[in-house]
Design a protein around this ligand. Structure first.
Ligand SMILES: [Zn+2]
Length: 91
């Protein structure tokens, strides 16, 4: 985890309602990419300056593409409850 100082760039993300738990984390999930594309990442907290432009789109479709092949997603162990780890990462 790191703090990024003042930077210009783009924030992109999703807001999933609680009914989508299991598909993604309910609430806002935002990522930042700096204008010069040298820094960014998952956003835990941010402040914004004036002149902010916000665009939003309501989507009724969510597509997940899983990697195929030997040693890929098909062998992943997904049975373990990782909610504790998720809470730690998202806070
Ligand atoms: Zn993220």
């Amino acid at each position: 985890m790191f703090a990024l100082g003042p930077a210009r760039g783009t924030v992109v993300g999703f807001r999933f309602p609680p009914s989508c738990r299991g598909l993604n984390v309910p609430g806002y999930h935002l990522h930042f990419l700096s204008e010069d594309r040298t820094s960014g990442g998952h956003i835990l907290d941010m402040t914004t300056a004036t002149g902010l432009r916000i665009e939003a789109q309501e989507a009724g479709r969510y597509e997940v593409v899983l990697p195929r092949g030997e040693g890929g997603f098909s062998r992943a162990s997904l049975g373990r409850d990782r909610s504790g780890e998720l809470q730690k990462v998202e806070r």
